[in-house]
Design a protein around this ligand. Sequence first.
Ligand code: AMP
Ligand code: MN
Ligand code: MN
Length: 313
Amino acid sequence: MIEIKDKIEQSSNIIIAGHINPDGDTVGAGLALLLGLENKYPNKRIDFVLQDSVPKNISFLKGTEKIKKIEDIVNPNYDLAIFVDSATVERVGKVERLMGDAFKINIDHHISNPKYGDINIVEDISSTSELMHSILKGLDIEITLEMGEAIYLGLVNDTGNFAHSNVTNKTFLVASELMRLGVNNNKIVNDFFKTKSLQRMKVLGKALSEMKFIQDKNLMYFNLSYEGLKNLDAIKDDTEGVVEELLNYSDSEVSLFLREDETGKIKGSMRSKHDIDVNKIAGIFGGGGHIKAAGFTTELSPDEILKRVVENL
Ligand code: AMP
Ligand code: MN
Ligand code: MN
C-alpha cells in the first residue's frame, strides 16, 4: 500500500481506466477512486476514462458526469495509469492508447489476470469495488457518501445483489459500513435493477422463448444476432442479465449467451452454477474472468463457438 501511495504522490497526471462495456463494478470502483483522489489531491490532474458510455441504469450515481470519453482527452501526457476491474490491458480498449509509457497499477479481482501492471493488487474477492474499499482506507482517503454509493453499486453488481458464492462475511461488513455512512440500499437496488428499458424486457423475452437446452451437457444456450437486436430496437446494454437468466432453469449447470456486434464479431458470456470452470472455457477463445462468470470476444461463428464449448464441457 505504501508503494502505491508513494507512486500516486509522485505523479501529477493520473489516468484511471475501466473495461469496455462498463458494468457497475468497473464504474463503481473507478468512480470511488476518482472522487477519493480528487478530494485528497486537489492539485493533481485525475481523469477516469472509459471507451464506452456508462449504461443508463448506472448513470444515477453522483460523479458519473465526470467520467471522460477518449475524445475529451486532448493532452494525455499521463505519468500514472490505474486499471480497475480489467483482467487484461486490452480490456480497456482504445483507452490504452492514451497511456504512453505511464507506470501501471493493476487493481482487479479476476483469477485470469496475468498481473500485467508494474504494481498489481489482484485479489480473489467479490468485486474490484470491495477491494477498492480497503485500498482507499489504506491510502488514508476518507470515504464520502458519494464514494460509498459507487462502491455499494459495485458490490451489488458483481454479487448479483449479495447472492453469488463470491460473497463473504467481509463483503457484508463492507456493505454494513457503507450503510452506516448513509448509503440507501433500497434506493440503489431499485435504481439499478428496477429501471429496465422496454427493449431490455423484450430482449429477455426473446431469450427466454428461443433459448435451447443441450440436455447431455446441462447447457442453456441463446444466440442473438445483430439483426435480432436491431429488430427489437435494442442496444447492447439491453442484453445485460440475459446470461444469468439462462442459468435459472433448474437443470442448467452452465449458460452460454452469444451476441453479435455491428462488426460481426461475437461477444460470449458464460455462467456456471456449481463446479464447471467457465474461466477455462472462455480461455479457449482468448477471454477469461472467474470460475463462475467469464466472457470472451471472437470472430468464430456462433455454431463453431457452441461446438467448441460443448466439446469442452
Ligand atoms: P460478462 O459475461 O461480460 O458479464 O463477463 C463475465 C466476467 O468475465 C466479468 O467479470 C468480466 O469482467 C470478465 N470478462 C468478460 N470478458 C472478458 C475477456 N475478454 N477477458 C477477460 N475477462 C473477461
Ligand atoms: Mn466488470
Ligand atoms: Mn468485477
